[in-house]
Design a protein around this ligand. Structure first.
Ligand SMILES: [Mg+2]
Length: 277
């Protein structure tokens, strides 16, 4: 059972505070949608809560100020979005690491301003086109649903539909994909999230993304906060009792700690600033 942490418990002397304070090299890794930003009907409208945006800028400054010190604090955004979309909605600082497309796209702060390379082979490109056609057909038969086109995947969103219609659309999509003639789906990974079905042609997970971040930063303590089922692979990649795993909102989780929602995140980020500045 994860412990629910309310803002009043975000104290230096709490175990959470002690772990963040005692770390030599600390990395703060945050999911975007549902963690930094409240969930919204249209993905392009998502933005950080104002208090969170202000604290992320401060953490980005702290990362710049401490990078060469004995006690650096690093910041990373870890999202299912592709990096191009993440840069638009999250407006990350230039000292932040970016992990996009569930870990398939990785950017260090130095290269964060370069165009994201498209790591697709010709075969993956064709496979993505085929999968997208199938999802377009399902979408056209499912009023209220819509598609999101990403660099490495296509996403069926069912947020605007009734519960029954939504699960019906997801089942229809799975069946249509499974019955594709002469197309091997070995290269496709289907991810189920909150009111989404994502068909991706590059394999990765947030866990692999976090492992890459740990290698890049040499962090001995990694805090990861996320709200969705895909974040569980991120929690699973971390070390119990040493790292800090934070589930945002309700739902089953293997995370050690839990906060109520994106509105609780500023207090947690303020604690990080208090113990690391
Ligand atoms: Mg999320």
């Amino acid at each position: 059972m994860s412990r629910v942490v309310v803002p009043e418990n975000f104290r230096r002397e709490s175990e959470l505070g002690a772990r963040l304070q005692n770390a030599e090299r600390l990395l703060i890794a945050l999911d975007f949608d549902g963690t930094i930003s409240p969930l919204v009907a249209r993905p392009e409208d998502a933005r950080a809560l104002p208090a969170t945006a202000r604290l992320l800028r401060k953490l980005d400054e702290l990362a710049a100020a401490t990078v060469a010190s004995a006690r650096p604090t690093f910041l990373a955004l870890v999202s299912g979005r592709d990096i191009a979309s993440l840069q638009v909605v999250a407006e990350p600082g230039e000292h932040s690491f970016l992990v996009g497309s569930h870990g398939a796209e990785l950017r260090t702060p130095v290269t964060a301003n370069l165009d994201p390379a498209v790591p697709l082979t010709e075969a993956q490109r064709e496979l993505l086109a085929t999968v997208t056609e199938v999802l377009e057909s399902v979408q056209s038969k499912s009023p209220g649903s819509f598609l999101e086109y990403k660099t490495l995947s296509t996403v069926l969103h069912t947020r605007g539909m009734g519960t029954e219609e939504a699960s019906g659309a997801v089942v229809m999509a799975e069946k249509a994909l499974a019955s594709l003639n002469g197309v091997s789906l070995n290269g496709v990974s289907l991810k189920h999230g909150k009111e989404i079905l994502e068909a991706a042609v590059a394999h990765s997970s947030k866990g692999e993304g976090l492992i890459w971040l740990r290698e890049q930063t040499g962090a001995d303590c990694l805090l990861f906060a996320g709200d969705d089922v895909t974040d569980e692979q991120g929690f699973a990649a971390l070390k119990a009792g040493q790292d800090v795993t934070v589930k945002v909102g309700s739902g089953e989780t293997i995370a050690e700690f839990r906060i109520y929602g994106p509105e609780s995140l500023p207090a947690l980020l303020q604690l990080v600033l208090d113990v690391r500045s």
